[in-house]
Design a protein around this ligand. Structure first.
Ligand SMILES: [Zn+2]
Length: 415
């Protein structure tokens, strides 16, 4: 078996690894680079057969539903099968009508079940469910030609599914020849530092919600399910209802997990902003709306009970909140990657907050393992070689792990 990292040997985002054995090939992830202006085909890596013309390209195995791991699926032939988690696949299909741009709907293929091995041509694939800020995320064990490769995908040990990390470390796959392991936290944290746990995020939210006399606006991704759980728990602890829109309601339903907050729960309410009404009309989402309307609320109710409400904020809410005069004593909590704020993605929201004198707080934690947890992970798998991926600091690997063998983008190497 041999491998080529097409993108990711010295950057975070846009990951793509090609694996070859006996002339058969698979891809691990096909991500959009984080610094891409738009989702365009010019970012596609140099892989033969992405137009569906080469039967030797058997498929794409996606680790998890983050754009920097699957985004470029938008530009490949629909005849190339795509593997991913069952819930992840549902989430992506559900999100499509609500999101702008080239939002890819993956072609049918393999639906992962954690620990259940399946074959793709000459390759035996075993997915391992991991703790990450994307729902239904996996590490992948690839076996072929008597060799074993483990691809970590993105993972952490401080989320609400930290038990998955503990389990994987306790029963790690043995005899791994090559471990492709992400290193997002290298260069961001010192070797002994930890990110806040998702439970700490809940406590920080409780503090801000308690001190807020009006509406609490929390700006996060509807697809960060762990975070939505934290926001709902903090809301309940401070006597607030969690107000979501139809996009969020649909994503929560698409998890297929009844333990995840749902629009019909007593502490959750549905509010449809005006911009979303247009999306509902345009895409004829009337059935979806009906299904999630048991706790529907309108702007008047939000206006009357701001201190009893937490709004899962998206920039499209600005006009409704302004018109409905819901903003007295409101607080805004930014709860996602700081990079989006810094690169100007939310400048109009920033201006809007300033105009209304709304204070901004940042409460967030990373979706990625700290250096301490990366060390535990690598020690548990004890691979014959460790190959850096998904890191801006690949040179740090040899200071942290034994048997590091770094490879450049575009270089083929034997596993
Ligand atoms: Zn990710």
């Amino acid at each position: 078996m041999r491998a080529c990292i097409h993108r990711g040997s010295r950057q975070i985002g846009g990951s793509c690894v090609e694996i070859e054995q006996d002339g058969q090939r698979i891809l691990l992830d096909l991500g959009l680079p984080l610094d891409a202006d738009n989702n365009e085909s010019r970012y596609l890596p140099d892989v033969t057969g992405l137009d569906g013309s080469d039967a030797c390209l058997l498929g794409v195995l996606v680790s998890h539903p983050h754009l920097d791991h699957f985004g470029l699926l938008a530009h490949i032939s629909k005849n190339i099968p795509v593997g991913m988690g069952t819930a992840a696949r549902r989430i992506l299909a559900t999100a499509a009508p609500f999101l702008p741009g080239n939002w890819p709907i993956p072609a049918p293929g393999w639906d992962y079940q954690s620990g259940q091995t399946f074959n793709v041509g000459t390759f035996r694939i075993t997915p391992f469910l991991v703790d990450h800020s994307a729902y239904d995320a996996y590490g992948l064990l690839i076996e072929s030609g008597g060799k074993r490769l483990f691809y970590s995908g993105d993972f952490r040990a401080h989320g609400r599914k930290a038990v998955l990390f503990a389990r994987l470390v306790a029963k790690a796959p043995a005899n791994v020849d090559a471990l492709l392991v992400e290193g997002s936290s290298l260069g961001r944290l010192n070797d002994d530092q930890q990110f806040p746990a998702e439970r700490d995020i809940e406590l920080q939210l409780v503090q801000i919600f308690s001190a807020t006399g009006g509406l609490a606006l929390v700006h996060t991704s509807a697809q960060n399910i762990d975070r939505i759980v934290s926001i709902l728990r903090a809301s309940k602890r401070t006597g607030r209802k969690l107000v979501i829109d139809l996009y969020t309601a649909a994503i929560l339903e698409a998890t297929g997990n009844k333990n995840i907050p749902q629009s019909g729960w007593p502490d959750v309410a549905l509010f449809i902003p005006q911009a979303q009404r247009l999306q509902i009309k345009k895409n004829a989402l009337f059935e979806l709306l009906k299904r999630h309307s048991s706790n529907r609320m309108y702007i008047e109710q939000l206006q009357q009970a701001p201190k009893k409400s937490t709004l899962l904020f998206r920039p499209l809410h600005r006009f409704d909140l302004e018109r409905g005069k819901c903003l007295a004593e409101a607080t805004y909590i930014y709860s996602q990657w700081e990079g989006y704020w810094e690169n100007g993605s939310y400048d109009t929201t920033k201006d809007w907050l300033e105009r209304h004198g709304i204070p901004k707080y940042s409460i967030h934690t990373s979706g990625h393992a700290s250096p301490v947890d990366l060390k535990k992970f690598v020690a548990a798998i004890a691979p014959r070689k460790v190959v850096p991926i998904h890191s801006f600091k690949p040179e740090r690997y040899s200071e942290m792990f034994d048997n590091v063998e770094a490879h450049n983008d575009g270089e083929w190497w034997e596993i």
